[in-house]
Design a protein around this ligand. Structure first.
Ligand code: FAD
Length: 337
């Protein structure tokens, strides 16, 4: 395989209900950094139907080009038609790098595409950089970093002998690209004849889970509770603090495993990665797997009765004390405002 034939950073622009997902904009943000180092462009690949405005939005969010496949068979995600379409695009356009969100869709799609084009895939990346190849320094490789062995080490993986270099990237880890209508619009309508046999599944009904609380990945303020909360009944006080601050609650895995808080609230390596403006950790020790999901938060306040708790190493403000005394005091003060 001649590596030099492969050019450009491609980003799979995941959509649901014909709306491009935030992770795609994060991938464009990272893709632009990588493309700058490789002196190339970022192309977003959008599969769906009636999504012309979203294709334009991808350009306003910094994609140099958009490849848009407008096909009824791609309206709702289904494995086979999506794999078929992406495989065609990869074979035809030969991207040097192809990025997907490490979402349910990305995790289903990316390995299948990488297997079909005989390249590798690094799943669940939290860091991407460009470095010269150790044997041929003029060749630049994508270095893909991901947690390994239960988050105890970070593994950096390269795919030097194959192209495209493919990765799925955790949502919430990369900075989203900035929106600007000054960016030029460059959308290529790309035609693919997807065989009818690809549609081997029929969707009979879609049941949506109604979110009663804000998604923790979108929240600007998170009040997070751990094992130190000592029971689900004690979360009411964190709910009150979160409401006063205009945020929502999240939790450590210990609190989720204990059944105090639903799984969709879990922050960390096997939960979600969050980057709020304010993260208040209450009764959370700061295990490495928890830190992996929240240490990029802009401002961290930790409340813990153990002054040696590792959470204080990443906190901007640390309060050594009992949550059940400190949090009510905070609530009282906020109510005075
Ligand atoms: P603990 O570590 O038990 O800490 C409780 C803290 O509460 C202590 O520091 C204690 O001093 C403090 N405390 C107790 N009472 C009070 C009080 N009244 N006032 C003030 N402070 C008090 N964890 C995650 O969070 N997210 C993940 O995604 C995740 N993924 C994992 C994946 C793998 C493969 C593995 C092996 C582990 C994972 N974990 C994850 C678990 C992680 O290792 C820790 O066990 C977990 O984060 C501990 O949760 P915690 O801090 O709430 O509990």
């Amino acid at each position: 395989m001649n590596n030099t034939e492969y050019k450009g950073v491609f980003v799979f622009a995941e959509q649901r209900d014909r709306k491009v997902q935030k992770v795609a904009i994060e991938l464009i943000g990272k893709g632009k950094e990588l493309a700058k180092e490789l002196q190339t462009t970022v192309t977003a690949v959008l599969l769906g139907t009636d999504m012309e405005d979203e294709a334009k939005r991808l350009c306003y969010c910094g994609a140099d080009n958009v490849i848009y496949v407008n096909d009824e068979m791609l309206d709702v995600y289904m494995t086979e038609p999506y794999v078929y379409a992406l495989n065609q695009i990869v074979i035809d356009k030969k991207p040097e790098i192809m990025l997907f969100g490490a979402t349910a869709i990305g995790r289903d799609l990316a390995p299948r595409v990488s297997a079909r084009v005989h390249t590798g895939l690094t799943a669940d990346c939290t860091g991407l950089t460009i470095e010269p190849d150790s044997d041929e320094p003029e060749k630049l490789n994508l270095m893909m970093t991901r947690p390994a062995f239960g988050g105890n080490i970070m593994a950096t993986i390269a795919c030097p002998n194959h192209r495209p270099q493919m990765a799925t990237v955790r949502p919430g880890v990369m900075q989203a690209a900035k929106y600007s209508e000054v960016n030029p619009v460059n959308v290529e309508e790309y035609k693919i004849n997807i065989p009818k046999e690809c549609k081997n599944v029929e969707i009979l009904e879609v049941t949506k889970i109604i979110q009663q609380r804000m998604n923790i990945e979108d929240a600007k303020i998170l009040v997070s509770g751990g094992r130190g909360m000592h029971g689900s009944e004690n979360y009411a006080v964190l709910e009150e603090l979160a409401d006063l601050l205009g945020g929502t609650i999240s939790a450590s895995r210990a609190a989720v495993d204990a059944g105090w808080v639903p799984k969709d609230r879990q922050v960390g390596q096997t939960g979600k990665t969050v980057r709020p403006n304010l993260y208040i950790a209450c009764g959370i020790s700061g295990a490495i797997q928890h830190l992996a999901g929240m240490e990029e938060s802009e401002f961290i306040i930790a409340i813990n009765k153990d002054e040696t708790a590792p959470i204080f190493d990443v906190a901007d403000v640390g309060i050594v004390g009992d949550i059940f005394k400190v949090v009510p005091l905070l609530i009282e003060e906020l109510k005075k405002e």
